[in-house]
Design a protein around this ligand. Structure first.
Ligand code: UD1
Ligand code: CA
Length: 478
């Protein structure tokens, strides 16, 4: 079956009370509209057409899709009016148009596939009755995806006639008391035979409670001509949730996060207190990974086999190697932590840093835009910025790379096996040679050759009996 898709994304999303278009609000690190497009791509439509309007430049930029088409709806006069704008793109198309609301992020691609198969089966079946070539799909106007909800409030209700054929869809605001009791609701996802769709769209009127051109009215228009809409009931009602306000956004996010976590848990990841953990769409996990409570895994992050991320960490756009341990309250962004390294507690790694194998980064250590070689240790209270540090280096407690002169950032190079004494200030640009030493408390302003010791300290003075002398002096002055 030939299919083209239309995704509705022109609305303001008034109920969001937001400057940002509704469909651009994020769910687990991706805009709502992204999930709709993902699901639609499962059925390989010939074309995906977005209807945009409110802040359209922002919406188009975010969707960022080369093969997609964008059609503008200048005034948001309703969902019917929105689809009408797309007619020029498919008016001679002899196939089905999938129409889907942009605020429907929980729909699964598999469900759309199942619906296409069902529609195909219906066409086959009806075709047998009609017994006329090329008439096969003419009588079936389309398929409406529906769900049965305990609380159908806010959704269009499905009014059915004989043999499960839909007569019309009634919006909440236009429904009679009896109609409001109907629990089968319109998902906002439909497959409609293109020539009939065009005909019905051109007949739409806005005589209803909201003075809008409702897409849903095409059902009644076509039903009156004897053209049939059937329903495809989506078993899992959460899939059809329409996100109209921020509380529904939170609900949708909760449901999706649970689905992601379930998937990873089944594939060998332990989540301790999953409700407290945040993971996003682009997070990937190996086997035997453990994530403790309060941790957030954000953006494009990969966590390899056997890694353990303890409590309250934030890891964003980073790669965490095999058997790495990230201790509590550490923040890692845009960086790579190689196999068997240890980080934290209370460490911060950022700006394209690479922490080598078996490295140990301890508490209150910040690493920025630096490469740290294998087996090196910086265990306490340090700032390592714009540094290239070799293998088997020891960075003493309190070491600071003084990388900024008020105008520019400068590089620090520390070669293999160097020993940086505690509280060393390394004033960059500077190179510390292989197996060189710096004395504790030194301010190092010149390069240190291999194997040398650099020490910069005032001579130590010991004043004997100082306390006694100070006391006497004090008594005298009283
Ligand atoms: C719509 C359906 C309702 C269904 C529900 C499912 C209609 C009239 N009603 O109601 O039967 O149960 O979805 O979630 O269709 N949009 C435009 N241009 C417009 C108006 C809306 O592009 O002029 C877009 C919105 O951006 C949104 C989508 O269409 O993505 C749906 O619009 P919305 O106002 O949320 O419709 P509902 O009231 O939820
Ligand atoms: Ca909606």
């Amino acid at each position: 079956m030939e299919i083209k898709a239309v995704i509705l994304a022109a609305g303001k999303g008034t109920r969001f009370k937001s400057e940002k278009p509704k469909v651009l609000h994020d769910i687990l690190g991706k805009p709502m509209i992204f999930y709709v497009k993902e699901a639609v791509s499962w059925i390989n439509p010939q074309e995906i057409i977005f209807v945009v309007g409110h802040k359209k430049e922002e919406v188009i930029k975010t969707i960022n899709c080369e093969n997609c088409k964008f059609v503008e709806q200048k005034q948001q006069l309703g969902t019917g009016d929105a689809v009408k704008q797309t007619i020029p793109l498919w008016e001679d198309f002899d196939g089905y148009i999938l129409i889907i609301n942009g605020d429907n992020p929980l729909i699964k691609g598999q469900t759309l596939k199942d619906a296409v198969n069902y529609l195909n089966a219906l066409i086959e079946y009806e075709g047998r009755n009609i017994n006329e070539k090329n008439y096969k799909n003419r009588e079936i106007a389309g398929l409406i995806l529906t769900a049965t909800l305990e609380n159908p409030y806010g959704y269009g209700r499905i009014i059915k006639g004989q043999a499960g054929v839909v007569q019309k869809i009634v919006e909440e605001k236009d429904a009679s008391f009896a109609e409001r009791n109907i629990k089968e609701v319109n998902s906002g996802i439909y497959f409609v035979y293109a020539p009939y769709l065009k005909e019905a769209l051109n007949k739409l009127q806005n005589k209803n409670a909201q003075k809008e051109y409702y897409l849903t009215d095409i059902v009644e228009i076509l039903a009156q001509e004897g053209k049939k809409f059937y329903t495809f009931n989506v078993e899992d009602p959460t899939q059809i949730i329409g996100v109209n306000d921020r509380w529904q956004l939170a609900e949708a996010e909760k449901i999706l996060k649970n689905q992601f976590m379930y998937f990873w848990a089944i594939n060998g990841v332990t989540f301790h207190i999953p409700e407290s953990i945040w993971i996003e769409f682009d997070a990937n996990f190996g086997k035997d990974v453990e994530i403790f409570q309060g941790t957030a895994i954000k953006g494009n992050t990969e966590i390899d086999d056997g890694a353990v991320i303890y409590e309250n960490c934030v890891i964003k756009n980073s790669k965490i190697g095999k058997n790495v341990k990230i201790y509590p309250n550490s923040v890692i962004e845009d960086s790579i932590i190689e196999d068997n390294a240890q980080v934290g507690p209370f460490a911060r790694i950022r700006n394209s840093s690479v922490i080598g194998k078996n490295v140990s980064i301890g508490n209150f250590v910040e690493v920025k835009n630096s490469k740290i070689g294998e087996n090196t240790a910086a265990k306490h209270l340090s700032y390592l910025g714009d540094a290239e540090i070799g293998k088997n280096v020891n960075i003493g407690a309190g070491t600071i790379t003084c990388n900024y002169d008020g105008f520019n950032k400068h590089k620090t190079v520390i070669k293999d096996e160097a020993f940086i004494g505690s509280d060393t200030m390394l004033v960059a640009p500077i190179t510390i040679g292989k197996h060189a030493y710096t004395g504790s408390g030194s301010v190092i302003t010149k390069d240190v050759p291999d194997k040398a010791l650099a020490v910069e300290r005032a001579k130590l003075k010991i004043i004997e009996n100082y306390a006694e002398r100070k006391k006497r002096k004090n008594e005298k002055s009283c």
